[in-house]
Design a protein around this ligand. Structure first.
Ligand SMILES: *[C@@H]1O[C@H](CO)[C@@H](O)[C@H](O)[C@H]1NC(C)=O
Ligand SMILES: *[C@@H]1O[C@H](CO)[C@@H](O)[C@H](O)[C@H]1NC(C)=O
Ligand SMILES: *[C@@H]1O[C@H](CO)[C@@H](O)[C@H](O)[C@H]1NC(C)=O
Ligand SMILES: *[C@@H]1O[C@H](CO)[C@@H](O)[C@H](O)[C@H]1NC(C)=O
Ligand SMILES: *[C@@H]1O[C@H](CO)[C@@H](O)[C@H](O)[C@H]1NC(C)=O
Ligand SMILES: *[C@@H]1O[C@H](CO)[C@@H](O)[C@H](O)[C@H]1NC(C)=O
Ligand SMILES: *[C@@H]1O[C@H](CO)[C@@H](O)[C@H](O)[C@H]1NC(C)=O
Ligand SMILES: *[C@@H]1O[C@H](CO)[C@@H](O)[C@H](O)[C@H]1NC(C)=O
Ligand SMILES: *[C@@H]1O[C@H](CO)[C@@H](O)[C@H](O)[C@H]1NC(C)=O
Ligand SMILES: *[C@@H]1O[C@H](CO)[C@@H](O)[C@H](O)[C@H]1NC(C)=O
Ligand SMILES: *[C@@H]1O[C@H](CO)[C@@H](O)[C@H](O)[C@H]1NC(C)=O
Ligand SMILES: *[C@@H]1O[C@H](CO)[C@@H](O)[C@H](O)[C@H]1NC(C)=O
Length: 590
């Protein structure tokens, strides 16, 4: 569904200063669809009738235009994890920056994948919707002039792994609202499909599974994303090495793994060479981590790797998960071993490593501490530093633009405070070009993955115990990997550093859907005192939606009928308009 059209692109000159770069257009209809990934029919969220959604395959610096039609019965926002939206938080697709797209309406995102490469994914950011689908890959290819630190693979394979419930997202939401636990997931899906029947007593008959077809001797790049609700997964391919080469936009020092833990929200690229003898198909496995495996056997995703000359089905037991029952540092050591290749380029030819983050003076330090769920005002909530975030009706960024006071407070504490937990719209106060050190301290009993929108951060350290100033002695100040998510193990901390080179409001959250839904997030407000709006920050887009305190500014949009003929008529009109504006732009001498 990609259309590259430099001529039409001119129409967007007004909205974007980057018209010299190519455009990629996408038209997405987001609907419910019935699927039975675990043998039980349920409503999933599909994009253009695809579940998972289509892979957005673009190249560094492309301008991406996505017309999203919300055909669900509830509000929708799509967020683009890892896409930096430099100076343009308007396109970030979270409640702090944008009003949700009402049911039946459409809204067009317009952003540039500036100076980025790598493997990311998009998903619906509101109310547990990702637990029903709506996710898909974002592959940002390098420009042809940039060399890559490995030979061009023979193929590119995107794989979504994630825990899955037979209950739909509204049901899961209700359970959380009622203070219940979601409990053990019903399975792990791979590319929206249930497990291969590797064991007749564990997997029922008739479940559709994913088959990845490959040619012997070739090397493929597998882009693996954990899009699940809350389960850390161990990923492995029977008899095959996983050569890790990239994570969330950074090339890593290439290294072989037989298995790797992939936490919720994380993305990795592996090169996998088809160097086995094809005596049979091979298992691709994603199994739950840090749980009682004899109780969680069904929470295992199994797909099939099939050589074109395969001589038979995969059989026998699955490849073993790591045997680390008594070694809680195994997974952490795996994570620590992932290093950035500082001698290679990424989006630019100059080595990323020339940015010596380790020698920059830190301007602000924040320690964000989460705890097991607490009861606040009779409701079960989760917190960061004692504060459970409550999303306001008016997006934070819009409230600033229109000078509406009282929507949020700028008092997020630098260090966790003792005292009763509160529900509040409390935001981190920061300044353009500040260099931040953020320590995530996990006091809960499950792994959380933290993510910051709009930025990549350097993961400089992680360890068990309570972080103290002395912990800085262990930091990796040279080749820590720069990425947009990091796991924080229970009873442990992870420290990251980031350079605030982009004004706006940027979401800081756990990627675990249940704890996020219950309040574990905040925003960083980045203000440029000397530049600001229309200088170092892009102006709000013309198609801005208004809501909350600003809802009177919103013109009604006639909800679209679901009939395909009216949709294609609308598309045609849209197209004609674009052509017209392009001609106009040409006439005006652009
Ligand atoms: C979700 O499930 C609940 C009850 O289990 C049902 O009432 C509701 O209609 C379902 N919603 C969707 C969108 O399928
Ligand atoms: C993605 O785009 C790149 C560059 O345009 C192209 O080489 C590649 O074949 C595309 N991949 C897929 C899966 O379409
Ligand atoms: C690091 O990048 C360089 C330059 O592209 C490449 O030659 C080298 O093989 C890479 N090293 C590793 C360990 O991946
Ligand atoms: C299937 O799984 C069950 C339960 O874990 C186990 O007892 C049995 O040995 C397995 N069967 C095979 C053929 O591996
Ligand atoms: C990684 O595994 C491949 C085979 O898949 C092998 O050729 C290569 O030497 C291994 N690299 C390292 C560093 O062990
Ligand atoms: C192929 O590999 C299997 C498993 O590694 C091995 O048992 C078998 O002997 C091999 N066959 C050939 C023809 O090399
Ligand atoms: C795991 O669950 C099994 C079955 O309920 C139980 O027998 C076993 O003690 C549990 N193991 C641990 C380590 O809790
Ligand atoms: C960092 O701070 C120290 C002491 O305040 C100062 O001497 C040094 O020049 C600063 N370095 C940079 C790169 O700003
Ligand atoms: C936010 O930070 C700026 C710059 O450090 C400071 O001037 C301002 O007073 C702070 N605002 C609040 C409410 O703390
Ligand atoms: C959580 O914090 C309490 C109080 O500081 C401490 O006793 C406990 O060990 C911590 N638990 C974890 C999992 O970090
Ligand atoms: C932004 O700056 C441009 C060029 O200086 C100006 O034409 C435009 O009106 C400004 N827009 C806003 C919303 O301030
Ligand atoms: C979507 O939005 C655009 C611009 O606001 C409009 O022209 C178009 O007709 C809308 N409808 C559909 C179905 O895309």
């Amino acid at each position: 569904m990609v259309a590259l059209a430099p001529l039409l692109a001119l129409a967007f000159l007004a909205a974007s200063a980057h018209a010299a770069d190519p455009f990629a257009f996408f038209d997405w209809d987001v609907t419910y669809m019935t699927a039975s990934p675990l043998g039980v029919p349920q409503k999933v969220i599909a994009i253009n009738k695809q579940f998972p959604g289509p892979v957005m395959n673009v190249t560094t610096n492309y301008n991406v235009v996505v017309n999203v039609l919300n055909s669900l019965d509830e509000p929708l926002l799509i967020t683009w994890d890892g896409i930096q939206h430099r100076k343009n938080c308007w396109q970030d697709g979270v409640l702090g920056t944008t009003c949700p797209i009402p049911p039946g309406w459409n809204w067009t995102y317009n952003f540039q994948v500036k100076d980025q490469i790598g493997s990311f994914f998009y998903f619906p950011s509101l109310g547990m919707q990702r637990a029903a689908g709506g996710f898909g890959g974002i592959t940002v290819n390098n420009r042809a002039v940039i060399s890559v630190p490995f030979d061009t693979p023979d193929g590119d394979i995107t794989l979504f792994i994630g825990d899955w419930y037979k209950k739909n997202h509204t049901h899961l939401r209700k359970m959380l609202d009622d203070g219940k636990e979601l409990g053990m997931p019903d399975g792990v899906l791979m590319n929206g499909k249930g497990p291969y029947r590797y064991n007749d007593s564990l997997v029922p008959d008739g479940i559709e599974y994913e088959t990845i077809k490959v040619e012997p001797g070739k090397t493929y790049r597998f882009r693996v994303h954990n899009v699940g609700v809350s389960t850390s997964l161990n990923f492995r391919i029977q008899n095959h090495n996983l050569a890790l080469v990239e994570t969330e936009g950074s090339y890593t020092m290439k290294q072989n793994f037989t298995n790797l833990d992939i936490h919720v929200g994380q993305s990795y690229s592996f090169l996998v060479t088809m160097d086995q003898n094809a005596s049979s198909d091979y298992y691709i496995v994603a199994s739950a981590r840090f749980v009682n495996e004899s109780l969680w056997t069904k929470v295992t995703g199994v797909a099939i790797l099939q050589y074109s000359n395969s001589k038979g089905k995969a059989s026998g037991p699955l490849p073993d998960p790591p045997n680390d029952e008594y070694d809680k540092t195994f997974s952490m050591n795996q994570a620590r071993s992932i290093r950035m290749n500082v001698s290679t380029g990424a989006a630019r030819p100059n080595p990323q490593g020339s940015f010596h983050y380790g020698s920059i003076n830190v301007s602000q330090v924040y320690k964000l501490r989460n705890e097991p769920p607490v009861i606040i005002n009779g409701k079960k909530r989760t917190t960061l530093s004692g504060i459970s975030y409550s999303p306001p009706d008016t997006p934070l960024r819009l409230s600033d633009l229109y000078d509406k006071k009282g929507v949020y407070t700028l008092d997020f504490p630098t260090m966790p405070i003792d005292g009763p937990p509160v529900i509040r719209t409390s935001v981190i106060n920061s300044t353009y070009k500040n260099f931040l050190e953020i320590v995530f301290q996990n006091n809960d009993t499950i792994v959380q993955t933290y993510h910051i929108d709009g930025y990549a951060f350097w993961v400089v350290g992680m360890d068990y115990g309570e972080w103290t100033e002395n912990s800085r002695g262990t930091y990796n100040k040279w080749d820590g990997v720069s990425r947009c998510t990091t796991q924080v193990f229970p009873g442990a901390w992870t420290a990251v550093m980031l350079s605030l080179d982009s004004p706006g409001f940027w979401n800081v959250r756990t990627e675990n859907l249940d704890t996020w839904y219950l309040g574990q997030e905040t925003y960083i407000r980045v203000v440029d005192p000397n530049g600001g709006y229309n200088v170092t920050e892009m102006v709000a887009p013309d198609n801005m939606l208004y809501c909350g305190l600003l809802k009177d500014k919103q013109k009604a949009q006639k909800p679209h009928g679901s009939s395909s003929s009216s949709a294609s008529a609308a598309k045609l009109n849209n197209y004609l308009l674009v052509v017209l504006v392009s001609l106009l732009a040409l006439a005006l001498g652009h």
